[in-house]
Every structure is written in structure tokens, then in C-alpha cells.
Design a protein around this ligand. Structure first.
Ligand code: PMP
Length: 362
């Protein structure tokens, strides 16, 4: 049905057999079949998160998992440091603020990564900060933060609670939840997991559970305590998106077959091919290449060219790209390369760009 080359940074194209799995008949979500399914997929998700801690599956988008990270660990009035390098970093801080946390923003210019020295300074000058929020991979700017280094400061030097938006990184680029000391990691199915949207996954360390016991922010649907209680019975607290669970089961089997090392390597290679292709066309990457993401490539719209016209010219050529968000709307475009992307699909993007650009130049 979809003849277009969908190259936005999520949702991403989903394999035919995974789509077919979604058409499986419904089952009792409080019966033995679901219990088996829930335990099998949770164990496999934990392997991808590289955690021995807890992971829960929410029927929600990624933002739901970010909100779960906040409301389950914090109280109104808590002091929080939000490290933002773009649109989704700002969103994380906004969620905490709406629930009453006292948020200090440590924001970096769009296109740049978090500077760990600045994090150290901020934590040193405000010892009452309880938690740090950070985006691993900022999808709006195509920048990957060095999460290991950030965690080294936040946990290693200051022992703060660390909440991570791993929505466009987990299952695409390495994120070692336990080894790096990430207390909560949020992610969503429509990204590297090669699934349709609808499910979100959230990990919880023992330190996060300690925070949970004190956390006074209001919550109901996103209360992970309910997920923990029901998990022990092999059940979800509320009716889950069953069709997406069926797809998840198959996608995880494929991920296990490929192996995480090979999967990360594949993302690295395809991202490099994308960046090289862009530069070969004489276009400019939006971020500095040293911090460029392996899941999404952000590119400057050439001066004098309309970003909207570029996107529609590409669509006419069968390629769907992402535009810029917030302050970079119309100024950048984004190429998603999460999941199983063939080099030929990236080549198609480059060929279409080469064909479209001369007609767009003013
Ligand atoms: N954070 C990041 C880094 C994202 O890429 C996205 C989705 N583009 C979100 C948060 C929000 O996720 P969702 O749209 O699934 O709620």
C-alpha cells in the first residue's frame, strides 16, 4: 500500500510479517496466553535495555513514558535540572514543571550536545537538586548526547536521580541502563523497535523505586506501582494494545536473532552513508558531525530555499522527509534512519534530492 519511502524519524516502516502479526485474533489479556506473552516480551525488552531492573510496557506514546518517569519519582516542589538540547528536551522539562517540580533549565543551542562541564557546574552550585532529566538522542536536531559521560557526572559525582528520554535511541544506539546508572529510561515502539506506534517502555532501577515511595505527584493510569503489582500475576493493570503486543513479540524475536551488536553497527553504517551522501550533494549537516545522531540526520535547508517546498518536492519524488520543529521549522529537514534501512533506500533519498534541488534554488 505504502509506495512512499517513509524517511521521517518515526513512525518508521514496519516489516510485512510484523504488520501481519497485528492482525492476529484477540486473546484474553487476563488469561494464560497473555501471561506467557507478557513475560517473554518483558525479558527480551530488558535485554535491549541492558538492565536487570524492572521494565514495564505501557499502552501509550513515548510522551506517556516520559510523564511516567516524572510522576513516579518526583513530588511537587522537587528541584530538578533539565538538560535540554532541543524540542524534546524542552518537553521533558515542561512535563516536570506542569506537575509542580521546580525546574532549572540548562539548555544548549540547538544543534549542540550537552556539555558535561556545565552539568557539573550546575550541580555544584545547586546542591538541593534531586533529579536530572536528559534526552539521549534529540530527534529534533539530530544530535546524540554522550549519555555515558553525562551519567558519569550526574550519578558518579553527584549521585542524583537520572531520568532519561531514550525514545529515539534505545534499540538503535547503545544505551546501557544499569552500567551507566540510568534510573528511569523511557522509549517508544515506533522508533528503533521497528514497530507501529502504540506501546511505550519504561525501566525502573531500585533507586527509582526508592524515589517512587516518596513521590507525591498525582498519577493514576501511569502509576508504575500498578504495573508492578499486576506483573506479578502476569497481567497488565488496564487493557493493553494487544495487536501491538503481537507485533512486539515477533519484532523482538527478530532483534534477538540479529543481535544488539550487529543492530547498532548497522545503524552506524547507514547513518554514515546518509551524512556522506548529504555532504557529497554540497548540503550542510545541521549539527556538528562529531555529535550527529545515528538515528536521524538533520540537514540545513540551503539559504533562500523554502523548507516546505523542499519537502513537497521530495514527496513528489516518492520520499517523505521530516521538517524542522519549533525555531528551526523551515530551516532544516530531517532524514530518519532507525530500524531496518537498506542502503538502497538512502540512495533513493540522495537521488531524489539531487533531482529536486536545482528546481528549488532561487
Ligand atoms: N522524545 C524524543 C527524543 C522523541 O523522538 C519523541 C518522538 N519523536 C518523543 C520524545 C515523543 O514521543 P511520542 O511522539 O511517541 O509521544
Amino acid at each position: 500500500m505504502n509506495e512512499l519511502n517513509l524517511r521521517i524519524p518515526g513512525p518508521i516502516p514496519v516489516a510485512e510479517d510484523v504488520l501481519e502479526a497485528m492482525a492476529s485474533p484477540m486473546i484474553n489479556h487476563r488469561g494464560p496466553q497473555f501471561e506467557e506473552l507478557l513475560y517473554r516480551v518483558t525479558d527480551r525488552i530488558k535485554q535491549v535495555f541492558e538492565t536487570d531492573g524492572d521494565v514495564y510496557i505501557l499502552t501509550a506514546s513515548g510522551t506517556g513514558a516520559m510523564e511516567a518517569a516524572v510522576v513516579n519519582t518526583l513530588s511537587p516542589g522537587d528541584k530538578v535540572l533539565n538538560l535540554s538540547i532541543g524540542f524534546f528536551g524542552d518537553r521533558f522539562g515542561e512535563i516536570a514543571r506542569i506537575y509542580g517540580a521546580e525546574v532549572t533549565d540548562l539548555s544548549f543551542p540547538w544543534g549542540q550536545a550537552v556539555d558535561t562541564d556545565a552539568v557539573r557546574d550546575a550541580l555544584r552550585s545547586a546542591p538541593d537538586i534531586q533529579a536530572v532529566l536528559v534526552t539521549h538522542n534529540e530527534t529534533s536536531t539530530g544530535v546524540s548526547n554522550d549519555l555515558e559521560a553525562i551519567a558519569g557526572v550526574v550519578k558518579g559525582e553527584f549521585d542524583k536521580l537520572l531520568l532519561v528520554d531514550g525514545i529515539s535511541s534505545v534499540c538503535s544506539i547503545p544505551l546501557q541502563t544499569d552500567a551507566w546508572g540510568c534510573d528511569v529510561v523511557a522509549t517508544a515502539s515506533q522508533k528503533g523497535w521497528m514497530l507501529p506506534p502504540g506501546l511505550a517502555f519504561v525501566s525502573f532501577s531500585s533507586r527509582a523505586w526508592e524515589a517512587y515511595d516518596r513521590a507525591a505527584m498525582p498519577k493514576y493510569y501511569l502509576d508504575v506501582g500498578q504495573y508492578r503489582k499486576y506483573y506479578q500475576k502476569g497481567q497488565p493493570p488496564y487493557t493493553p494494545g494487544l495487536s501491538a503486543f503481537f507485533a512486539l513479540d515477533l519484532a523482538l524475536e527478530k532483534i534477538a536473532e540479529e543481535g544488539l551488536g550487529a543492530l547498532f553497527e548497522r545503524h552506524k553504517t547507514i547513518a554514515q552513508m546518509t551524512r556522506d551522501g548529504i555532504k557529497a550533494l554540497g548540503l550542510q549537516l545541521f549539527p556538528d558531525e562529531s555529535v550527529a545522531s545515528n538515528t536521524v540526520t538533520a540537514v540545513n535547508v540551503p539559504l533562500g530555499m523554502s523548507g516546505a517546498a523542499l519537502l513537497s518536492a521530495m514527496r513528489e519524488r516518492g520520499v517523505v522527509l521530516g521538517g524542522g520543529q519549533g525555531p528551526v521549522e523551515g530551516k532544516i529537514f530531517r532524514i530518519g534512519h532507525m530500524g531496518r534501512v537498506e542502503p538502497s533506500e538512502i540512495q533513493e533519498v540522495m537521488d531524489a534530492l539531487e533531482d529536486a534541488l536545482p528546481s528549488l534554488a532561487s
